[in-house]
Write a protein that binds this ligand. Structure first.
Ligand SMILES: Cc1cc2nc3c(=O)[nH]c(=O)nc-3n(C[C@H](O)[C@H](O)[C@H](O)COP(=O)(O)OP(=O)(O)OC[C@H]3O[C@@H](n4cnc5c(N)ncnc54)[C@H](O)[C@@H]3O)c2cc1C
Length: 352
């Protein structure tokens, strides 16, 4: 794994804040910091921003965002991104923050599983309910074949061309990849445990058409066991709803059983926890370690409610806390975006 360090002082662009988590609150944190002239890098383990809104309920309407009587969850994320755009945060997606350590210089090292290390003056943890992990297939010996034969996401579609594929799942990912790869794979079987699908009906209809035309195979079944011959992966047995076991020869299994959150590394960084969340004050939303803040679903304080609007308020006050941590001598005063020339300049809405 190659390692690069981002943001150490003297490196040209010192990192003032690293935000861990690009859910709605992490995105709004960029905006609130930007208004105060503070730059940010933002990291998420998922390949896209939006946290629970994008991952769990993108098409559902939200009714309790102030001044937006109704707003789709993905629409909210799109709007937050647009609002944060003037501040040019640097996004690091598809990387889980696995390590965190304060330095003797009073800064923080934040390291991801992709080998990037940040040297940051302050850190905001906006990790929500944790890092989303793919649900595993749960068959004996499966872990040994991960990446070579068992995949929980598609990194390079071309690697799947001309392969014998078995795709598991009934959501949009399983159906989208089935449709995408049907003509490119050597053979393709879709396996789903029941007749109901979570995927959009149009995709399900197309998949059924392909199955009727004999271009793919569709089975209602559960994974049963891996087929391994002399230590070599050769396929998977599935158990159909009628109890019959089908042996499916395969080069690769694509497993799309959805994602589940894991508090994971955040719980191991020595920060005070309460109710499996990071304990913060309600003045600055600072954790037990000065310079490290926590906003959104990941934090706890008396009266905490895991709502988006609460997270927005926390992000605003955390930004002031961060500004004070970075520039303790600086006098803080409240400015309105309506009337503040400096904020308007930062927002790019005036040239003065
Ligand atoms: C079905 C459903 C409906 C909801 N409806 C509403 C509603 O109507 N109104 C409302 O106010 N709230 C609603 N909520 C709750 C709302 O979605 C959450 O309060 C909100 O998403 C919290 O935002 P967040 O940014 O704190 O965390 P999340 O949205 O959880 O985002 C956190 C991000 O951090 C990332 N992350 C975590 N750990 C790491 C790590 N170690 N390294 C890198 N990245 C990491 C995760 O991958 C994730 O993307 C709903 C929730 C659900 C599930």
């Amino acid at each position: 794994m190659s390692e690069s360090i981002v943001g150490s002082p003297g490196s040209g662009a010192p990192v003032e804040t690293v935000i861990i988590g690009a859910g709605p609150i992490g995105l709004f944190q960029i905006f609130e910091l930007g208004l105060l002239g503070i730059n940010a890098h933002i990291i998420d383990s998922l390949a896209q921003v939006g946290g629970q809104c994008t991952e769990l309920y993108p098409d559902k309407p939200i009714y309790d965002i102030p001044a937006l009587p109704i707003c789709g969850a993905q629409e909210l994320i799109d709007r937050l991104l647009q609002q944060a755009k003037p501040f040019h945060a640097t996004f690091h997606l598809g990387q889980e923050v696995s390590e965190f350590a304060p330095t003797q210089a009073g800064r923080f090292l934040v390291r991801t599983n992709a080998g990037t290390t940040f040297d940051a003056a302050t850190v905001v943890i906006a990790a929500g309910v944790g890092s989303f992990q793919a649900r595993r297939i749960g068959l004996e010996g499966a872990q040994a074949f991960e990446d070579a034969h068992i995949h929980y996401r598609v990194r390079r579609a071309a690697d799947l061309h001309d392969q014998r594929l078995v795709i598991f799942g009934g959501g949009d990912s399983a159906l989208d990849w089935t449709l995408e790869l049907a003509a490119k794979a050597r053979s393709l079987t879709l396996v789903h445990r029941r007749a109901d699908f979570r995927a959009v009906p149009a995709s399900v209809a197309k998949m059924r058409e392909l199955a009727r035309a004999g271009r793919i195979r569709y089975l209602e079944a559960l994974p049963h066991s891996l087929i391994v011959v002399d230590g070599r992966f050769t396929g998977v047995n599935v158990k159909a709803t009628d109890g019959v076991i089908h042996a499916l020869e395969a080069d690769k299994l694509l497993v799309f059983f959805g994602l589940h959150p894991k508090l994971g590394p955040v719980a191991e960084w020595g920060l005070a926890l309460e109710k499996k969340a990071l304990l913060v004050d309600t003045e600055k939303f600072q954790t037990s370690l000065p310079g490290v803040f926590a906003v959104g679903d990941i934090n706890f304080y008396p009266g905490k409610k895991k709502l988006i609007l609460s997270g927005f308020h926390e992000a605003a006050l955390a930004a002031f806390g961060i500004q004070h941590h970075l520039f303790p001598e600086k006098k803080q005063f409240l400015q309105y975006t309506t009337t503040s020339p400096i904020m308007q300049k930062r927002l790019g809405v005036t040239s003065s």
